[in-house]
Each structure stands twice: as C-alpha cells, then as structure tokens.
Design a protein around this ligand. Structure first.
Ligand SMILES: NC(=O)c1ccc[n+]([C@@H]2O[C@H](COP(=O)([O-])OP(=O)(O)OC[C@H]3O[C@@H](n4cnc5c(N)ncnc54)[C@H](OP(=O)(O)O)[C@@H]3O)[C@@H](O)[C@H]2O)c1
Length: 250
C-alpha cells in the first residue's frame, strides 16, 4: 500500500493543446518538471517550438506540432505525430480554448458560434476519440473548462454553453473509457491572468472588480493550475473520473 502518493510522471507522454502560452504552457512545463515527455501543440508552430525548447533544456523529450483543434483532420495528424515520436499517449490535456465576446445575445453571429464550438467542444471530442485508441490503461484525459460552464454570464453565452457541453462530454467519456482504465476529468477554471483573460477583462478596474468576487480576493497566476493538473494526470487521483474540479479561488 502506497501511503504517500506523489505527482511524478516519469516516463509518461503528455499531449497538451494550446500549449504555446497561458495555462497550456504552464501545464506543459509543469508536466516536464514532473518527469514527463511533452507534445506541445497550438496553431502557431514557432511559439510551440519555443516551449518545446524550454522542455528539452529541462532534460525531457518534447516535440512541437501545429494543430487547429477545430479541424478534424489536423487533430488526426497531431495524434499521429505524437504516436510516431513516442509510441503512445498517457495523458491528454484538452486545453486549447477561445472566448470571443459577442456584443449581445442578439448580436451572436454564425461565424462566432461555429468558431467557438469548433475550438471549445469539437476539438476535445475529436482528440479524445483519437487518443483513447493509443492510451494504455492508467491514462488520463483532462478537459479545461470554465466557471462560465456552470454559472454563465452576460457576453459569455456561447463560450459558457460550449464549456457546459464539454463538461457533459467528459462525463460520458469517463463512463465509456472507464472499463479501459482511462480516466476523464474536468478542471473548472476561474479567472487566471492570461492573454484570453485580458481580452475579456480589459481594464484595471474590471480586473479589481472580478478579483473581489473570489473568496480569495485575487486572480490566479497561470502556474497555479499545475498542482491540479499533476494531481489529475498522476496516479494520485487513480480512483477519480468523471469529476468536475473547481479551481476558481472560491
Ligand atoms: N484564463 C482564464 O481566466 C480562463 C478561465 C476559465 C477557463 N479558461 C480556459 O483555459 C484554457 C486556456 O486558456 P488561456 O487563458 O491559457 O488562453 P490563452 O492564454 O489565450 O492561450 C490559448 C492557447 O490556445 C491556443 N489556441 C487558440 N486557438 C486554438 C485553436 N483553434 N487550435 C489550437 N490551439 C489554439 C493558443 O495558441 P495559438 O494562438 O498559437 O493557437 C494558446 O496556446 C481555455 O480552454 C480557456 O477557455 C481560462
């Protein structure tokens, strides 16, 4: 019996989407620090190469792969590239996400709707199906969701609805993949200081006002997602699946 489960990921292969910056980059570096080899992916190959270089400097293997997660075929190419390099994928983090802000409910365009659903829902669904084929028992899939998925707000209607659907998909995937020994969990993020946050909350006044809505009274740094991500990726959470974990400052 192991009375001191740890968060190490030595020898494991982790694929992180949206890993060029923000929460994805923080998790990619955190996984590498815990001993994992990491596939770094986003739409911009150059930016991913920078993160992959940082990981190699840490002594881990890493490849950068370009992929727009809303593109069905690019998702397949991403998984094929990861498997060609590492032979398997132990952890998938469906992190890539966008939160475009429509002017109002009546101002939602078909383009905004389709783009949001493609990145925030279609990509994770496609990648989960592809990766599960190559994931051994003990594997872990982590979806990155938002508090807007459980308590939506004005101007995040489509984003929150897409993330709510992602929460729902994660529960179905957990049930379906559980017998294969694959776990699927969702981190429901509150506000973190990243590029996308700054687009949605652009002024210092609005940042202060949002921080005041948190029990802890502040916005999180990107690195503050690493502990929860390592917990869900590692055997420390071996009996947890289908869960929604709030990481939102209360
Ligand atoms: N920050 C917050 O306050 C907050 C709160 C709740 C939930 N979240 C969720 O956390 C996740 C990460 O957000 P973040 O704040 O770190 O955002 P971010 O700083 O804007 O980074 C987004 C990442 O996703 C990539 N990306 C964007 N569109 C993509 C696409 N179509 N295909 C593949 N990659 C794409 C970006 O890289 P490229 O531009 O190179 O593609 C970048 O690496 C998202 O799912 C977001 O919804 C964030």
């Amino acid at each position: 019996m192991n009375l001191t489960p740890d968060l190490r990921l030595d020898g494991r292969v982790v694929l992180v989407t949206g890993a060029s910056r923000g929460l994805g980059r923080a998790m990619a570096l955190g996984f590498a620090a815990a001993g994992a080899d990491v596939v770094v992916s986003s739409r911009k190959l150059d930016a991913c190469e920078v993160v992959a270089d940082e990981i190699r400097v840490m002594g881990r293997r890493s490849i950068a792969v370009q992929c727009h997660v809303g593109n069905w075929d690019e998702c397949e190419s991403l998984v094929n590239a990861a498997v060609a390099e590492f032979g398997r994928i132990d952890v998938l983090v469906n992190n890539a996400g966008i939160a475009p802000v429509p002017p109002s409910i009546t101002g939602i365009t078909e383009e905004l709707f389709d783009r949001t659903i493609a990145v925030d829902l279609k990509g994770p669904v496609r990648l989960t199906g592809l990766v599960a084929v190559h994931m051994p028992a003990g594997g872990s899939i982590i979806n990155i969701s938002s508090t807007a998925s459980v308590r939506n707000t004005p101007f995040t209607a489509v984003y929150g609805a897409a993330k709510a659907a992602l929460n729902s998909f994660g529960q179905a995937a957990a049930l379906e993949l559980g017998p294969k020994g694959i776990r699927v969990n969702t981190i429901v993020c509150g506000p973190f200081l990243t590029d996308s946050f700054s687009k949605v909350v652009p002024t210092p006044e609005s940042v202060v006002a949002l921080a005041a809505t948190r029990a802890l009274g502040r916005i999180a740094e990107p690195e503050e997602i690493i502990g929860t991500a390592l917990f869900l990726a590692s055997d420390a959470s071996a009996y947890m699946t289908g869960a929604l974990l709030a990481l939102d400052g209360g």
